[in-house]
Design a binder for this molecule. Structure first.
Ligand SMILES: [Zn+2]
Length: 249
């Protein structure tokens, strides 16, 4: 089967020079693994870090891609909840599931955590025709969600949800500032904060301001302007007045 492989880094960002379409062996499932045909693989900034070999040198030869959606074609003997034919999406956060953080339910803080398609390999990622993951790193795609949407949401949606809901514990009526509302994580951040009925201020570059408003942001501020923070502060003061909040109380 075909895969996009590189065998050296490109610290000069000349990625076209190192990327090659090559044949690699098709994976067979280990007992706890799911093998799936990749229909869609989304891009992720860690693809660029991988090709640069910085800040973390990735295993070589390398196949990037941490966000994949596709159809299951084989499962290992111990796989319980996924079957051949299921539409699935990857969850690229690979935690050990036995350390203190994992067993406390904080797998994102796992001391042994690695990101699939970035720190895995050689040649184990999303940019290959058929790939494999442990069952715990696979979710079924709901019927009303496309492969494209699932792959694009995989890491960005979970990152945003983890930060806003898991860590910040946002509540209705709060004001939320999303810095970089035009990014993958930021665009989900806007939608999650609106889902929680927060007032949302998003910052973005000028060409992405309309998109932020379209996604539900109540205010969009051009963060290329030197005094963008003053504009944000003025909006929060107005919002506080409307809500009858007294600063400092
Ligand atoms: Zn762990």
């Amino acid at each position: 089967m075909k895969a996009v492989v590189y065998t050296e880094y490109a610290p000069d960002d000349n990625f076209a020079k190192i990327l090659k379409v090559q044949d690699i062996d098709e994976p067979k499932p280990k007992a706890d693994e799911v093998v799936f045909k990749v229909k869609v693989a989304a891009l992720n900034y860690n693809d660029i870090w991988g090709m640069r070999g910085q800040p973390v040198p990735v295993p070589l030869p390398h196949v990037s891609g941490s966000d994949a959606a596709g159809d299951v074609i084989a499962v290992g003997d111990d796989v319980k909840n996924i079957k051949v034919g299921d539409r699935v999406v990857s969850h690229s956060n690979m935690s050990c599931r036995v350390c203190k953080a994992c067993t406390d339910g904080r797998e994102f803080d796992c001391v042994n955590r690695i990101i699939w398609g970035f720190q895995t390999g050689p040649t184990w990622g999303a940019f290959q025709e058929v790939t494999h993951l442990p069952e715990v790193n696979i979710s079924k795609i709901p019927e009303n969600v496309s492969y494209d949407e699932a792959a694009a949401a995989s890491m960005t949606l979970l990152t945003s949800w983890h930060m806003l809901v898991g860590r910040a514990k946002i509540k209705p009526g709060q004001t939320v500032l999303i810095m970089g509302g035009g990014s993958g994580v930021g665009s989900f951040g806007i939608q999650i904060a609106k889902l929680y009925n927060c007032d949302v201020i998003a910052t973005a570059s000028p060409d992405k301001l309309d998109k932020c408003l379209e996604l539900g942001a109540d205010f969009a501020v051009d963060h290329r302007k030197e005094d963008w923070h003053k504009e944000v502060r003025a909006i929060t003061k107005e919002l506080a007045k409307k809500k009858g909040e007294v600063p400092g109380v």
